[in-house]
Write a protein that binds this ligand. Structure first.
Ligand SMILES: Cc1cc2nc3c(=O)[nH]c(=O)nc-3n(C[C@H](O)[C@H](O)[C@H](O)COP(=O)(O)O)c2cc1C
Length: 372
């Protein structure tokens, strides 16, 4: 299991865990895997607090995930305030009132007091660039990953100049080749079954296509992995490791609100949908009244990224605050592996189970060899 990327990152198992929750990231890194903190929802100042904490609580290293999309509305504007004002002016009032109406129809209360959600997240070059600066000040950050596109050349160069690795997610061979040409250190190939933003090609088809196309660049397999058996399949196809997201949403350390955890624990693999209704780009999540409403022809169509989230940011905050009342119209990003997420385990236990299950799977294959 100790592949080249394990040596480069000095980790025991090539199990990468994406999470927005620092406790999960620390628990995975301290159990022999590699935790990666999703930065997109944090301002640069908030990210500094999270990474200061991680530097104190992680014994080895960890990663930071940023989102600089290859295409988004307002691309090229690097002044955050100007960008925000320019984007806000493009949002039709109809979209804002439709989002509010969905929440009030479902009895989700308004946010208490003065609380105001941040509408423009880290998913522009202007906002993610600030996050990279903060992350580079943290010595235990050993790798970065970028979602939704090839990171700009100057970002790649800046990270690599410090001796850290930079990777990028992809959902097709075309995107993977663009990453390779840009000189990325590793590629994460995510099949459509994965949680969050995801493409259309299934993991079992995508992984070997990407691995062969970008060789010798190391590839991590993502999308639908929740067990060591699935990890063994990915490694048999030539992956150097696995990149997981959904399974960490229901571990005991995760800060997922209890009602949302319950929705994930109860859901089956048929209960997800790829929807543009929260972020503007196709994202896999639990299907509910909210995702259905944005599909109806008589209702407003989702805007592009980052405009749609500026419309839905308030709904995300209200859903988080009142998770017990908001599940029918809440944002529950997760992949199809949700059907196997049926009990709460600690992050360490998930890693141990994966490793044991991987060994069983490889033993099973070994026993099929004629001279075994
Ligand atoms: C709740 C959630 C949020 C996610 N947000 C991001 C993100 O901000 N950046 C990113 O690179 N990937 C994000 N992803 C995708 C994960 O990094 C990972 O590729 C994916 O979860 C793998 O598929 P799996 O969910 O089947 O394990 C997210 C996934 C989930 C479940």
């Amino acid at each position: 299991m100790r592949t080249e990327i394990c040596k480069r990152l000095d980790i025991e198992f090539p199990i990468f865990a994406f999470s927005h929750c620092r406790d999960v990231v620390a628990a995975v890194s301290n159990s022999g895997g590699f935790g990666v903190l999703g930065a997109v929802g944090f301002s640069a100042e908030q990210l500094r607090v999270e990474l200061d904490w991680l530097d104190e609580h992680v014994s080895g290293g960890y990663g930071v995930d940023i989102v600089i999309p290859g295409k988004y509305v307002g691309m090229g504007e690097m002044d955050v305030e100007k960008l925000q004002a320019m984007l806000a002016a493009q949002i039709p009032a109809e979209h804002r009132s439709f989002a509010k109406q969905l929440l009030s129809e479902h009895g989700v209360p308004e946010l208490p007091g003065e609380e105001k959600p941040r509408e423009l997240l880290g998913w522009t070059e202007a906002t993610a660039g600030l996050q990279v600066e903060v992350a580079l000040e943290h010595p235990k950050v050993r790798a970065f990953a970028n979602a939704l596109g090839t990171p700009p050349a100057e970002v790649i160069a800046e990270i690599q100049a410090t001796g850290r690795l930079v990777g990028a997610l992809c959902g097709s061979v075309k995107q993977a080749l663009s990453h390779k040409t840009a000189g990325i250190d590793f590629i994460i190939a995510q099949g459509t079954e994965g949680g969050g933003h995801t493409g259309e090609i299934g993991s079992i088809v995508l992984w070997p296509e990407v691995i062969e196309a970008v060789s010798p660049v190391p590839v991590l397999a993502a999308g639908g992995i929740g067990s060591g058996k699935q990890m063994a399949a990915a490694m048999a196809l030539g992956a150097q490791g696995v990149w997981t997201g959904s399974i960490w949403l229901t571990v005991s350390e995760a800060d997922t609100p209890p009602a949302q955890k319950e929705s994930y624990l109860k859901a089956s693999s048929r209960d997800t949908v790829r929807s543009r209704s929260w972020t503007g780009k196709p994202c896999r999540m639990l299907r509910n009244d909210w995702t259905d409403a944005w599909e109806k022809p008589e209702n407003p169509k989702p805007l592009g990224m980052p405009l749609q989230f500026m419309v839905t940011a308030e709904a995300v905050s209200r859903g988080h605050h009142y998770a017990d009342k908001a599940q029918a119209v809440g944002f529950n990003p997760v992949g199809q592996i949700v059907g196997r997420m049926n009990e709460i385990r600690s992050a360490r236990r998930v890693i141990e189970d994966m490793v044991r299950d991987y060994i069983d799977a490889t033993d099973r294959l070994q026993a099929l060899m004629p001279d075994a």
